[in-house]
Write a protein that binds this ligand. Structure first.
Ligand code: TPP
Ligand code: MG
Length: 320
């Protein structure tokens, strides 16, 4: 249908907003299937889900061009999917199959797909910042942009300060995106992090830094698009602190009992899928149209995992 018209304050048209809702719904259902697959024993190692964070990968990906690159973390499945990696190859990597993005040998925490500008997912906190800063160094004067995503827990690591300083001094085209979900593993961020916000730390280096509503894909997209436009002109790095919340535990079967009662429910009221759906309904898009995202997402996830699980494991490594 022609859904031309606005979907709220962001300037994002309803068609684009609908596409973003579909993508967020797909990532949500994909991650739920990762968890189910993990519990069935099909995913070796561990998993860190981005359920609750979906507005960030989707709003960001819509602002990037095909020549831009991203370095993300172990909580990066959503970024990899949003950049356009083949979902079956992602599912296959998670389940250790030969057709996986990395031949089935990297797994959940190391998803890499150069064809889609994903230069790495990093299990080492801060590794994504270093990789994107290095990419930014090689992109100077080209108009290309390198993105680093990382968590609030990264803000106390040496990498954080070194990369911000280096990128600022050399005016690198790097977009630093902090996915601030209030916890580093099982520790509330304010117990280990001084200051009122993390963006303030970037400003010390003269970096343009903004707090963003990470539950609203329109806000993420608007800020990411403005940042990318600025970065292409060579004005130096930009920092976005996107406030979000993970609706699930840190990893594996973490029941997240360390959260205060009611906190999860409070954030779930601003579930990025609900925020996007409400904006579309307010813009006149009927529920019959927004509801289609659900069936499409489930079918794409079913196909991806069916393909992956039916595919062979890699040959055992040769040992010498
Ligand atoms: C250099 C380093 N130190 C410690 C760890 C152990 N570790 C794994 S996840 C994690 C928490 C990180 O929290 P945050 O950066 O907020 O990311 P989130 O998991 O919330 O997305 C830590 C400390 C690590 N992986 N790398
Ligand atoms: Mg965190």
């Amino acid at each position: 249908m022609n859904t031309a018209g606005g979907a709220g304050e962001s300037g994002v048209g309803a068609d684009e907003m609908l596409a973003m809702l579909e993508q967020m719904t797909f990532i949500r259902r994909f991650e739920e299937e990762v968890q189910a697959s993990f519990q069935r024993g099909e995913v070796p190692g561990t998993t860190h889900l981005c359920i609750g964070h979906e507005a960030i990968p989707v709003g960001l990906a819509a602002a990037l061009g095909p020549d831009d690159v991203i370095a993300t973390t172990y909580r990066g499945h959503g970024h990899v999917l949003a950049r356009g990696a083949d979902p079956a190859a992602v599912a296959a990597e998670l389940t250790g199959r030969a057709m996986g993005l990395n031949g089935g040998r990297g797994g959940s925490m190391n998803l890499t797909d150069f064809a889609h500008g994903i230069i790495g997912s990093f299990g080492i906190i801060g590794g994504s910042m270093a990789a994107a800063t290095g990419a930014g160094l090689s992109f100077r004067g080209t108009g290309r942009v390198a993105v680093a995503t990382f968590g609030d827990g990264c803000a106390n690591h040496g990498y954080f300060f070194e990369c911000l300083n280096f990128a600022a001094v050399f005016r690198l085209p790097v977009l630093f995106i902090c996915e601030h979900n209030l916890y580093g593993e099982y520790t509330p961020w304010e117990q280990v992090t001084a200051g009122a916000d993390i963006a303030a730390r970037a400003r010390v280096f003269g970096i343009d830094a903004t707090l963003v509503d990470g539950m609203d894909v329109r806000a993420v997209h608007r800020h990411a698009a403005a940042a990318v436009a600025r970065l292409r002109t060579g004005e130096g790095p930009v920092f976005l602190e996107c406030r979000t919340y993970r609706f699930v535990g840190h990893s594996r079967s973490d029941p997240a009992t360390y959260r205060p009662p009611g906190e999860l429910e409070e954030w779930q009221r601003r579930d990025p899928l609900i925020v996007a759906r409400d904006a579309l309904h307010d813009a006149g898009v009927p529920e019959s149209v927004t509801g289609e995202a659900e069936g499409t997402a489930r079918e794409r996830v079913r196909q991806a995992f069916a393909t992956a699980l039916a595919s062979p494991f890699p040959e055992p490594a040769v040992t010498r």
